[in-house]
Design a protein around this ligand. Structure first.
Ligand code: 13P
Length: 413
């Protein structure tokens, strides 16, 4: 099982990096887990130590894994910067990885998350009345489908906040009902459902009382992967029973935060030990131990290769246009390109827009657009998007009759 590690190379003391392996479609990843009775851990990460701890655990035990970012943690890190690190770690991993926005607060958070590289999103409207939750989730599903991105919905209410003592957020648990779950899933078309059956987010006292009968009925009625939030503090047997009844994704954070806090608060015996790099240097390996425990308990250990074969790879598309203009000046062409960039880069599923002019003025095509889509699905949704149609029909096509437009998929070595 660990022979793959021999093929990988070490790029630092701790993290093992392989050749570019695909980030995989999250829906496929969780379908595999659901059909094979195990659960994938979705570990909320807040800094490089967390990323390294989670990824090295997954590589060491050949497990699929989800790196997730909770919007409630955005005050602790720069989303854009951390996403760059996460995407690099995911692409270089030797195991299948999905990247997820956890508890997004609004629609725009999901658009931004997709632009930065998430291939799964959740907007948490579970505190809203059912019809409002359905409306907001449906809006998200329509946008995400156009980007090929998977969607998690939540129904019922799991109180608390990741990393915070549960008593500080004593909101009432609102249990998911089977009837509402059926209506919600049918109307929204979500890919996975987070259910409320007695867990709470954060650090809790005592053992939660889980309603397994309710979970069993929800699973029988829906037949889609179910998600448990508030993984910290559950007992081994509780995890096993959750997985028996359709839980394929377990969200886990507070226990990792506690481990990191204990590590950083160890009393320093020498002035050297009190130096910042020495305070943080063992955190990743401490987190790794707990993540390994979860992977072994939840049955995802050793599944990496199967998932890589089963799941479609997550691949960006380069939408290339080369063009010449007629009837407008060079200055107006550049103005048009800058205007287009600002409009087009806001379209969901667009990751980046490069506008350029040829280095040699005499080249056959003087100008270019290089638009990076997060996924092949964006080819259609982008073409039809009203902002693209308006810009292309009114400003671009009338002056750029001489153009070539092609979508490219990366050739992987
Ligand atoms: P815990 O912090 O209780 O493990 O919950 C994590 C979670 O549910 C993230 O969405």
């Amino acid at each position: 099982m660990r022979s793959k590690l021999l093929l990988a190379f070490k790029n630092s003391n701790n993290i093992v990096m392989g050749n570019d392996m695909p980030i995989v479609n999250m829906k496929d990843m969780l379908k595999h887990a659901y059909e094979n009775n195990y659960a994938v851990g979705a570990f909320d990460v807040i800094n490089l130590e967390f990323i390294e701890g989670v990824i090295t655990a997954a590589e060491q035990y050949q497990s699929p894994v989800i790196l997730s970012l909770a919007e409630s943690h955005f005050e602790y890190f720069n989303f854009c910067l951390l996403m760059a690190a996460i995407e690099t770690a995911a692409k270089k991993a030797t195991v299948p990885v999905a990247i997820h926005l956890d508890h997004g607060k609004k629609f725009d958070s999901a658009v931004e998350a997709i632009r930065l590289g998430c291939n799964g999103v959740m907007i948490d409207a579970s505190d809203k009345p059912l019809q409002e939750n359905i409306r907001l989730t449906s809006e998200l599903v329509t946008m995400a489908r156009g980007c090929g991105v998977s969607v998690e919905g939540e129904l019922g209410y799991v109180p608390g906040v990741e990393g915070v003592d549960a008593q500080q957020h004593p909101g009432e648990i609102k249990y998911t009902t089977v009837d509402e779950a059926k209506i919600y899933c049918d109307k929204t078309g979500i890919d996975f459902l987070a259910v409320s059956i007695g867990t709470v987010h954060g650090r809790m006292q005592g053992k939660p009382n889980l309603d397994f009968q309710r979970l069993k009925e929800i699973n029988e009625a829906l037949g889609i992967p179910l998600v448990i939030h508030g993984g910290t503090g559950l007992e081994d047997q509780q995890f096993k029973t959750l997985i028996e009844h359709g839980v394929a994704k377990i969200n886990y954070y507070t226990a990792l935060e506690d481990i990191a806090s204990i590590e950083i608060n160890q009393p320093a015996k020498t002035s050297d030990e009190s130096r910042f790099p020495n305070r943080v240097k063992n955190i990743a390996s401490e987190i790794r131990k707990e993540v390994i425990r979860c992977m072994q308990l939840w049955g995802s250990e050793g599944r990496a290769q199967e998932v890589l074969e089963y799941a479609s790879p997550w691949q960006n598309i380069e939408h290339l246009i080369i063009y010449n203009v007629e009837g407008i000046s060079e200055q107006d062409t550049i103005k048009m390109a800058i205007k287009g960039k600002s409009v087009l880069e806001k379209i969901p599923g667009v990751r980046e827009v490069f506008i350029g002019e040829s280095v040699k003025k005499k080249d056959a095509y003087r100008y270019t657009w290089l638009v990076r889509f997060c996924n092949q699905a964006v080819i259609d949704s982008y073409r039809e998007h009203p902002d693209h149609v308006a810009f292309a029909d009114n400003l671009f096509r009338p002056v750029a009759g001489n153009r070539i437009s092609i979508d490219y998929l990366e050739i992987k070595p």
